[in-house]
Ligand binder design. Structure first.
Ligand code: ZN
Length: 253
């Protein structure tokens, strides 16, 4: 019988699941408020209409659910067979009628949530592989989906804004930016220092190679606006140390 509650006791994981579900609700609300005849319009992502975006977020839930299933059964089940398969699935999804896209979005999310609820506590630490090929504990799937639903709500261009995200999500995303840029070995010639004016902490990406002697690029703004800049979603409210606009941030995801 499916569990009615999560099998988790770790308070951090409980909080992660809550933040993910708030994000899922945020995304679902933005989508519910989007009229059928506006699905053909562009999303914020280059080359993607809102149809592509909705298809992607739905298929992403299915892909994340495969990882959770992998953790539960122990049988390897990758997110996607290949990058090509992932791209073809999105192209196909974008051709679906609006009703089918809404159906996909809703049902894939419910299915993913059921997979999480049915995951025994011990299996949350079972290792699975992300689409980028990293081995991570199954608990990481919650963050993978959290990022998707909140950020893609903004990409839907239907009123959602990084400024409306909860403050704890801003902190997690600033950490994530530094972590992803570091992992990708972003060829930064200058260190990047993110200085949120509404936080005590700064977030630093160290320069690599010959750039290590140069002045760092300091970018200031609220934590929310730094998230907007760092994720490439907005340039509002951020300034460089000289008071001018900072250059484009390195690519995040
Ligand atoms: Zn995505």
């Amino acid at each position: 019988m499916p569990a009615r509650t999560d099998n988790v006791t770790d308070p951090r994981l409980v909080a992660s699941l809550l933040l993910m579900r708030r994000g899922q609700a945020y995304w679902a609300r933005s989508l519910a408020e989007l009229a059928d005849d506006r699905f053909d319009e562009p999303s914020l992502l280059p080359g993607w209409s809102r149809r592509h975006l909705v298809a992607h977020v739905g298929f992403n839930a299915r892909a994340v659910a495969r990882l959770v299933e992998w953790a539960r059964t122990g049988v390897e089940n990758p997110m996607y067979a290949s990058d090509t398969q992932r791209a073809e699935e999105i192209e196909f999804g974008a051709t679906l009628p609006v009703e089918a896209l809404r159906h996909l979005a809703a049902h894939a999310a419910v299915h993913l949530d059921v997979e999480w609820r049915d995951l025994p506590e011990a299996a949350w630490s079972h290792e699975v592989r992300t689409a980028q090929g990293r081995l991570v504990p199954a608990s990481e799937t919650v963050w993978i989906r959290t990022r998707e639903v909140w950020i893609h709500a903004v990409d839907l261009r239907n009123g959602a804004s990084v400024r409306d995200f909860p403050p704890e999500l801003h902190d997690l995303l600033l950490d994530d930016l530094i972590r992803v840029w570091t992992r990708k070995g972003v060829a930064t010639e200058r260190s990047i220092v993110l200085e949120p004016v509404d936080r005590a902490e700064t977030f630093v990406l160290d320069a690599v190679g010959q750039g290590t002697g140069r002045d760092p690029l300091v970018v200031r703004g609220t934590a929310a606006d730094l998230v907007g800049w760092g994720t490439g979603r907005s340039a509002r409210g951020v300034v460089a140390a000289d008071g001018g606009a900072p250059p484009k941030a390195p690519t995040w995801l």
